[in-house]
Design a protein around this ligand. Sequence first.
Ligand code: GLV
Ligand code: MG
Length: 284
Amino acid sequence: MTSRRSVLAVPGSNPRMIEKAKGLAAKAAARANIVTALNAGGWNGQIRVVRVNDWSTEHTYADVITVVEGAGSELDAILLPKVTDAGQVRALDLLLTQLEKANGLPVGRIGIEPQIENALGLRNIDAIATASPRVQTLVFGPADFMASITMRTLVVGEQPEGYEPGDAYHRIYMTILLAARAHGLQAIDGPYLAVRDLDGFRRNAARTAALGFDGKWVLHPDQITACNEIFSPRQADYDRAEEILDAYAFHTSTAGGARGAVMLGDEMIDEASAKMAQVIADKG
Ligand code: GLV
Ligand code: MG
């Protein structure tokens, strides 16, 4: 299992990241910064993902070519924003395949993370998820998505006034989560923009973590600790999960009586309980 609890987004255009990029044109500087940062190494086993511009712009092809030609071996995945249909994922897959071949990189290693940020993308989510074996995750883009469906709020992640009680995002979250699980992908929640409001971040992250999402974007280092904690099982739950797995393994074995369902304390456990426990144990 690959851990993607906290997905830190940093702008390639941030001049503090790499002094050398100062003075270059913004777009080219961003690409050069990213290539330099990837090649400089010093990463601690993180998954290194570059978000390129979406296919509705004129920048996507050059973003991909520059980054893969410059640092393809140091790159784990390309995040493709505002995906509308499977064709956009296939187009990126083809471009990546050519780049990998031309640059002596193993073909198919660089993953694709489609970001679901509009109504059309959500309607086409199954086709997007299965458009290429490179697809590793489905990522929510709440800000663009809310704009796309004209949700009446300016605060990302908070409920639109007038809708309470209820969760205006529930259907969107579940659609992304179900598609991810149906196709063996990770489900990643998007950013919470009020970076100084850690309580708000926690509230927001807790909802998708509870549903079963694998992780969430973070925009500020302060959000990382909270995010890793929220998307990890609590120690007590992890311990309980291991206990259920041990008990289930024993009681279903010949030595344990080869039983299908047994009592563990006050609770009956069976194959489904063991599966639920395995989810917590794996994430732990
Ligand atoms: C992120 O890209 C978002 O639109 O929320
Ligand atoms: Mg967006």
